[in-house]
Design a protein around this ligand. Sequence first.
Ligand code: DUC
Ligand code: ZN
Ligand code: ZN
Ligand code: ZN
Length: 467
Amino acid sequence: MLLIKGGTVVTAEQSHRADVLCDDAGHIARVAPDIEAPAGCEVTDATGLLVMPGGIDPHTHMEMPFMGTVASDDFYTGTAAGLAGGTTTIIDFVIPEQGGSLLDAWKEWRVKAEKAAGDYSFHVAVTHWDDKVHADMETLVRDCGVNSFKHFMAYKNALMVDDETFMHSMRRAAGLGALSTVHAENGDAVYYLQRALTEAGQTGPDAHPRSRPATVEGEAAQRAIGLASLLDAPLYIVHVSTEEATRAIAEARLRGQTVYGEVLPQHLVIDESVYLDKDWLNAARHVMSPPFRERHHQKALWGGLTSGQLQTTATDHCCFCREQKENGRQDFTKIPNGTPGIEDRMSVLWHYGVRTGKLTPENFVAITSANTARIFNIHPRKGTVTEGADADLVLWDPDATRTVSARTHHQNVDYNIYEGLELTGLARKTISQGRIVWDDGDLRATRGAGRYIERPAFPKPLRAPVV
Ligand code: DUC
Ligand code: ZN
Ligand code: ZN
Ligand code: ZN
């Protein structure tokens, strides 16, 4: 048993002084002021600290095969780095081979993820349409704890779906009580622009954002929302990075459509100037999709989060080391797309969101944990601090400062996009399944301790939660 004494419990709804008792089965047994420590119970002092639900990162790519290589953080190193930053659960993506079985891919990912140190769950990508996909979706929802499917409108000739496939899948998902999620960029437009740029000799990383301008995202977001509305299907748009997509989501919500939007902290604080770095590698290290944007988009994203029109934050954590980024030395379209970030998500959002007064601590819990738990149907098991919930907690120091660096981070990647930033607000202790797994710099992650989290379908006809 573990008793957390003297802290301030913060949920998405409220903050109050309370102690938290965790039982040996990894649940929260009691939340109350002045709990007496039962005999033999470990006691940890949380005076001056905030006791919040562990972060949930709904968008990661651990050991993902992508663009001719495999992401360097695996399920162990990636989830361990998450624990060091206060994130206790991830939802990663099962990516079937082109034309391959969704169910076989899910089984393959289950095996890969057995090494995880923190809890994990899976969205499954639909990349083509046939009767087998139709059948597999039902099996995944009914028997495998999958309640969300992913669609890529980008990555032509690889993961991209056409609108017909997307519509088949959205209708099927809604019929099964599952949520459709989408990477909204117009893949044909990106392909066209990439070819036009490289044919004109524009082969460096500075051409990357020009191959995926804001309009490419805005158009796809608008189209995805339109297609979803034809089917009355709820929709979750991942990594919203533009004012255009934010507006499209807000307008759809005003019309009564169920649409959610996710934001990455890196898009909130880093802008497109990184692609002009004279050092090719530094620029290539920022090649991800959607790319970093002009500054004015950041204002829209913050506005989306503070107004509640955008509900969640994720990292799209997808790590590639120097030799992997080098694959695109001659041609930016071959630079593996992705940036790391799972370890720093919470700190970046606290520092730039809460410290600046944009977000309250309760808003912070909502966008780092609670809203994701609700949208993906694992609330109140995750995402709150209440009796019976999983004892996944972070003891947050709102005033302590650290300097971010690849030299000290736990992510298995040789750079950090936040290198050198001094961030105020950090995880003093992280608790997973009732055990302290991060103790003020001491990472006690256990290979294989993470559990697969089944997410039940929503009632049918699908009514996704109002968040
Ligand atoms: N974007 C990335 O940058 N990496 C992984 C997949 C994606 O959509
Ligand atoms: Zn229990
Ligand atoms: Zn994506
Ligand atoms: Zn992604």
